[in-house]
Design a protein around this ligand. Structure first.
Ligand code: COA
Ligand code: AMP
Length: 634
């Protein structure tokens, strides 16, 4: 059981602490060593351990008497479907699909890309890979073919698993053409493409390499679980960095399983048999950890929701699901709460439902602004817990831990560090800062066992991007401060990553797309504050001399390019023409200052600025486009 002393214990004696936590899992072979350093000099957990994550999620529960309990409830307002799968049923489905993958040549260590909407088969595919010791890489269905192509070339999957379509509100999105386009763009060629046919849009399968999921299942045998090493990767999950090349976050099997189990109890106070719902997507880290792995490893019931917080069919959907499936612990993004608040500010839809089963609301993905916190706390009258984490960590690093006893909530703060994470605030020169001083949010090494051990096929980028700025510390990419009670306040990214509707995106990548337009001399894409989405990108563009294009026409072209290259989720809608960009004397674009001007945040003019007069110009241009005024009108 988790205890209030866990944090101190985890820092004072990490090996002992994480050994105890590991003992709660059914390993095939218990690790020989808890913490090691590998050949690259990176920390690794649980050397010599052997396990299988799919076994822990499924077979273990069937063997220990949980076989008839609901493992997964699929609730899909967009298809009017609710389906329940017991642990036994899910285990059997996974075993058969693992048999299908094996029949297509997938073995331990191979990679498989899963590009699917929120259907149970997506979870089945993930767990089937885990069963074989294959490494899955789920690509969020909202990404455009180009993004998928990059991931295909990097992960080199033996098989791609997809569905024939996804559903966005009432719009059916055929996936096969997107995958075909991605495969055309990619240089790597997978052996097979397995397609789950959904009746709303059947995919045309044109060769033996394009396999109909259900038809193919008829001729395969179930496959048992394959023991893997603790250090073997379970999955790769690509996330946005500061360039167009996404980072392949690796999660290993051993440390991940331990932290999934520990965190569900310690952070979320969720125990075997409880119903846990993370309203995210399996394409994100939250979906991996808290739709699939943590609830299943812990013997809970997880909800797989195919819908949106609003318009599927209305802003009462979340509350309907909580009532109907008796959800105890709910996890969503602040942006979803803001969307509900906008449509049902007085809680009229909320009043229609009995949500008395609900004990906690956890929010993450972006900072929970105090106004959203107050509104939803008043509505639910239960603890609303903002907690902070990243794809890299795979589980919370700052949280008010419900399973060890809640501390007072401080709106705007993600509370205090979670066991395994020595979180600190650091100044530019590597000096640790005290309370109420803003700086880089860093974590003293080693990181906890659930964290990524490195990047897929790129140890150098891992070292350079995360470990080299401050020796002995992990650079999170966030800025913030702590208060006198060691509560942390995460104030936003210090790099070119932005958060749009809880989706992590790279402005650097958008800049590359904008800069590729033939009329663009130079540009800056920055994330500015957005009332609903938290942030949204805008582009400031300097035209090449003599190019005559209207702002509107250029905007339409660039919006189309970004949408087609990254996807509609980028929410890139605004292009502003400027005569020049603010720069330092050495030519570095001052993106943060542009952001501050747009958001009307006070800032110091850097002494290195080339020409301070430009700041007034930028302010005027942004104002003429109504940027920033949305907030002034409140
Ligand atoms: N497949 C295809 N397209 C997708 C998609 C998917 N899985 N997800 C989003 N899109 C599209 C949308 O249809 C929309 O397209 P459009 O511009 O043609 O209308 C575009 O991407 C932008 O989507 P989104 O930012 O989601 O805006 P929205 O208006 O559709 O919905 C919210 C707004 C707030 C309801 C929605 O963003 C939401 O539910 N956010 C919560 C996200 C979340 O839980 N994140 C957790 C990550 S931990
Ligand atoms: P992702 O990797 O997609 O989970 O995005 C991680 C980033 O989201 C973090 O680096 C933060 O910038 C932001 N983030 C996530 N949770 C929070 C939170 N609770 N408060 C503030 N920022 C958050």
């Amino acid at each position: 059981m988790a205890s209030i002393n866990d944090y101190q214990h985890s820092l004072a004696n990490p090996e002992q602490f994480w050994k105890e936590k590991a003992e709660t899992l059914a390993w095939f072979k218990f690790p020989e060593k808890i913490l090691s350093t590998n050949e690259q000099g990176f920390y690794r957990w649980y050397e010599g351990g052997q396990l299988n994550t799919s076994y822990l999620c499924l077979d273990y529960h069937v063997e220990t008497g949980r076989g008839e309990q609901a493992a997964l409830i699929y609730d899909s307002p967009v298809t009017n479907t609710i389906m329940e799968f017991t642990y036994r049923e899910l285990r059997d489905k996974v075993a058969v699909f693992a048999g299908l993958l094996a029949s297509k040549g997938v073995v331990k260590g191979d990679t498989v890309i899963i590009y699917m909407p929120m259907v149970p088969e997506a979870v089945v595919a993930m767990l089937a890979c885990a069963r074989l010791g294959a490494i899955h890489s789920v690509v969020f269905g909202g990404f455009a073919p180009h993004e998928l192509a990059i991931r295909i070339d990097d992960a080199e999957p033996k098989v791609i698993v997809s569905a024939s379509c996804g559903i966005e509100f009432d719009r059916v999105i055929p996936y096969k053409p997107l995958i075909d386009q991605a495969l055309k763009e990619a240089t790597f060629e997978p052996d097979y493409h397995i397609v789950l046919q959904r009746p709303m849009a059947l995919a045309e399968l044109r060769s033996d390499r394009e396999v109909d999921w259900n038809q193919a299942l008829e001729s395969v045998e179930p496959h048992t679980y394959v023991p893997v090493d603790a250090w073997d990767p379970l999955y790769i999950l690509y996330t946005s960095g500061t360039t167009g090349k996404p980072k392949g976050i690796i999660r290993d099997n051993g440390g991940h399983a331990v932290v999934m189990k520990y965190s569900l109890q310690a952070v979320y106070d969720t125990n075997p048999g409880d119903v846990f719902w993370a309203a995210s997507d399996i394409g994100w880290a939250v979906g991996h950890s808290y739709i699939v792995y943590a609830p299943l490893i812990s013997g809970c019931t997880t909800i797989l929701f195919e819908g949106k917080p609003i318009r599927t069919p209305d802003a009462g959907t979340f509350w309907r699901i909580i009532e109907q499936h008796k959800v105890k612990t709910f996890f969503t993004a602040p942006t979803a709460i803001r969307a509900i608040k906008k449509e049902d500010s007085e809680g009229k839809l909320f009043e229609k439902y009995d949500v008395s089963s609900l004990k906690y609301l956890f929010v993450a993905g972006e900072r929970c602004d105090p106004a959203t916190y107050e509104w939803v706390s008043d509505l639910l009258k239960i603890p609303v817990i903002d907690h902070w984490w990243q794809t890299e960590s795979g589980s919370p690093m700052l949280a008010n831990m419900a399973g060890v006893g809640l501390k007072p909530v401080k709106p705007g703060s993600s509370s205090t560090p979670v066991p395994g994470y020595d979180v600190q605030i650091m100044g530019e020169n590597g000096e640790l800062l005290g309370p109420n001083q803003e700086g880089y949010v860093v974590i003293k090494l080693p990181l906890g066992p659930g964290c990524f051990p490195t990047l897929w096929k790129d140890d150098e980028r891992f070292r350079k991007g995360y470990l080299s700025k401050f020796e002995g510390y992990y650079l999170t990419g966030d800025g913030g401060f702590k208060d006198d009670d060691n509560y942390f306040y995460i104030m936003g990214r210090v790099d070119d990553v932005i958060n749009v509707s809880g989706h992590r995106l790279s402005t650097g990548e958008m800049e590359e797309i904008v800069a590729a337009n033939t009329v663009v001399a130079e540009c800056a894409v920055v994330g500015i504050a957005d009332k609903l989405r938290g942030q949204r990108p805008i582009a400031l563009v300097v035209l090449k001399d003599g190019r005559n294009i209207s702002r509107e026409d250029l905007e339409a072209e660039l919006v189309k390019s970004v949408r087609e290259t990254i996807g509609a989720i980028s929410y890139f809608k605004t292009v502003v023409l400027v005569k020049r960009l603010p720069k330092t004397r050495s030519g570095k674009i001052l993106r943060k200052i542009i952001r501050n001007i747009a958001d009307d945040v006070p800032f110091d003019i850097p002494s290195t600025i080339d020409d301070p007069a430009i700041l007034t110009e930028i302010k005027e241009v942004l104002k003429s486009h109504q940027i920033g005024l949305e907030f002034e009108m409140d």
